[in-house]
Design a protein around this ligand. Structure first.
Ligand SMILES: C[S@@+](CC[C@H](N)C(=O)[O-])C[C@H]1O[C@@H](n2cnc3c(N)ncnc32)[C@H](O)[C@@H]1O
Length: 232
């Protein structure tokens, strides 16, 4: 095993919301079920990915497990990866309650997960990559490329800044209003200050640079971006 250099990013430190608190995780799950139409969102994402009975899927930042648990019923194997042990315990308990036992949970992250199964057909990550600064996003995307089969699909949904940066203060004020309309009481000021959402043009460049074809890039609504990509 190669030693981790002292300069390697510590992805286990919590930034923004602390997902190592059980109450925070429970509140997150409840909030997401109010703000998002989780069953529809999950069904739409699964349809987009073309999951089949032989597929191997890896999800980074699986959180409370909704996508991983639903996908598990449709494919050979799901590896659900998250840095938070509390998130994993919560998702694991949810999988058990739903009678799903084909999800393998891993306490690891974009920069530390070691994939020892067959190369993945699909990698998914939703609302998690913005926890890494841009340089480490590039490292993470390269690691994702390496665990995918040639032609494998990568779906990335995240909070991405797709507005014009020339007058960034005004644009961020408008963005905060948009977030309030779509997501209610989510603390977007903390998100801007403490987390690492990047710009749409940088995200596209990072994906292309690391060896992905961007099949579609969706910025509808101005808060989230969704990229469907294929490993070249
Ligand atoms: C906002 S939640 C999103 C959870 C879920 N994907 C969803 O769509 O609801 C972000 C998740 O990413 C996890 N996370 C943060 N940094 C991570 C990293 N470096 N690698 C993997 N997961 C990470 C957090 O623990 C948390 O569970």
């Amino acid at each position: 095993m190669t030693e981790t250099p002292a300069w390697y990013y510590d992805e286990f430190k919590q930034i923004g919301t602390d997902y190592e608190y059980a109450d925070e995780v429970r509140r997150y799950d409840e909030r997401m079920h109010t703000l998002r139409d989780i069953p529809k969102e999950t069904a739409d994402t699964i349809a987009l990915l073309g999951i089949g009975p032989e597929s191997t899927l890896v999800e980074f930042g699986c959180g409370t497990g909704e996508l991983a648990i639903t996908a598990a019923g449709l494919c050979r194997k799901v590896h659900a990866v998250d840095i938070s042990q509390v998130m994993i315990d919560y998702a694991h308990a949810k999988a058990e309650t739903r009678g799903v036992n084909s999800v393998e949970f891993h306490r690891a992250g974009f920069l530390t997960y070691e994939h020892s199964d067959e190369p993945a057909d699909i990698v998914v990550t939703q609302l998690a990559l913005h926890h890494l600064p841009d340089f480490w996003k590039v490292v993470a995307l390269g690691r994702i490329r390496d665990i995918l089969k040639p032609g494998g699909r990568f779906f990335l949904r995240d909070v991405v800044f797709s507005f014009d940066l020339k007058n960034y203060r005004k644009a961020l004020d408008a963005w905060i209003d948009t977030v309030k309309e779509c997501c209610g009481s989510v603390n977007c000021r903390n998100h801007i200050r403490d987390e690492y959402s990047t710009t749409s043009w940088l995200m596209e460049a990072m994906l292309q640079h690391t060896g992905f074809d961007i099949i579609s890039a969706d910025y509808t609504g101005g808060v989230f971006a969704a990229y469907l990509c294929e490993k070249i």
